[in-house]
Design a protein around this ligand. Structure first.
Ligand SMILES: Cc1ncc(COP(=O)(O)O)c(C=O)c1O
Length: 380
């Protein structure tokens, strides 16, 4: 039976999984200090880029001997730059359990054509992490944004390994604990957990990754945009803010503002707590309604950022049509924008729970979800 619409609304209906909601205190005038119209190679620009790198290190607890670079083409650029530059020296092991991980498999198998062991799992599940051979270079996604499945921790990665680990952590960084000693390459973009702007990627390299870069030259040509070495030596400038090509200083300023906000809510610990609280608010709703389930049945691998749910009511005949109608109804009411499941993922909703989302907004959304569900059931 259709029920009355709730009265309270989320103050911010933006629950997109990327670009994600901006920091709660955001306003455009916060970007006034951006050195617009100036060269990014002038002292003022370089200082901003260096601050972006070093504040990232501080908030994420990245070791002093790890390089951090700002690179073009967002997270995709950072991952592909790493794979094109590092892979091929030994066998690769590709782990994928949703769309983005599968994209990296395609890169390695169909484009780079590297000898690779491919391990995949369906949406909602994860591959057998205990079976991974770390003599290989292992490529994986810390949090599968399109299925809401993440690795439980880094315990499955040995500290002492021969191969490199390359980790796409774009929907994990700033929301989950990343064990830096287990990660040789880590990538993320600004547009995700901190609600920054698109286009810029972060590439974090361990000393072992740098060693590989300096000792191995891939058999294929390397476009300028991917080149991290010159004459067999790392181009150190990239990792102190001398970007390969021109960055947006407006986006840099926005990232700096987001990092400042992150520090104001308790840094990484505070951000994780915010994401956990958001996810817990959804879990409380899921637990008390028998028509909705998490796509990731196992809480140990359930994301605290890209939270994916599915409708399980037996009266639903076409799951995809139903889920889209619920998402549309929520959008039309202005209470939840961009919460439809990813285009390649099973039917359902995906509600972003990263730290820039306020728990009060998730809590306010839940009665609307109930309302939209009942309205669509009544309309069947
Ligand atoms: C896990 C993962 N990898 C890669 C990407 C691509 O990110 P970008 O568009 O920032 O390159 C996304 C975007 O949602 C993602 O979630």
């Amino acid at each position: 039976m259709a029920i009355d619409a709730p009265v309270a609304r989320p103050a911010n209906p933006r629950f997109s999984s990327g670009p994600c909601a901006k920091i709660p205190t955001f306003s455009l005038d916060k970007l006034a200090d951006a050195p617009l119209g100036r060269s990014h190679r002038a002292a003022v620009g370089k200082a901003k880029l260096k601050a972006a790198i070093e504040t990232t290190r501080e908030v994420l607890g990245i070791p002093a001997d790890y390089r951090i670079g700002i690179v073009p083409a967002s997270d995709t650029g950072a991952v592909e730059m790493a794979m094109w530059s590092l892979l091929g020296a030994r066998k690769a092991e590709m782990l994928a359990w949703e769309s983005f991980g599968s994209g990296w498999v395609t890169d390695v198998v169909k484009q780079l054509k590297i000898d690779a062991e491919v391990k995949t799992a369906g949406y909602g599940e994860i591959v057998d992490l205990a079976s991974v051979d770390f003599n290989n270079d292992v490529v994986f996604t810390w949090n599968g944004t399109t299925s809401g499945v993440r690795v439980p921790n880094g315990d499955w990665i040995p500290a002492d390994r021969d191969g490199l680990t390359i980790c796409d952590a774009t929907s994990a960084a700033f929301a989950m604990d990343l064990p830096w000693d287990k990660l040789d390459v880590t990538t993320f973009s600004w547009q995700k957990v901190l609600g920054g702007e698109a286009a810029h990627g972060m590439l974090v390299l361990s000393p072992r990754a740098v060693e590989r870069l300096e000792s191995y030259t891939p058999a294929w040509p390397m476009p300028k945009i991917f080149r991290m070495t010159k004459g067999g030596k790392l181009i150190e400038g990239i990792f102190v803010g001398e970007t390969i090509n021109t960055p947006s200083m407006l986006a840099v300023e926005d990232y700096l503002v987001a990092l400042d906000w992150a520090k104001s809510v308790g840094g990484l610990k505070g951000l994780i707590a915010r994401a956990d609280a958001n996810t817990a608010a959804i879990a409380a709703f899921v637990d008390s309604h028998d028509w909705i389930e998490f796509l990731a049945a196992d809480p140990a691998i359930r994301s605290n950022t890209s939270v994916c749910v599915k409708f399980t009511d037996p009266r639903i005949t076409d799951g995809a049509v139903f889920a889209k109608a619920v998402a549309k109804r929520l959008e039309n009411e202005g209470v939840a924008l961009d919460v439809g499941a990813y285009r390649d993922a099973p039917a359902g909703l995906r509600i972003w729970c990263g730290g820039t989302v306020e728990t009060s907004d998730i809590e306010a959304l839940m009665p609307w979800l109930n309302w939209a569900f009942e309205a669509e059931i009544a309309a069947l």
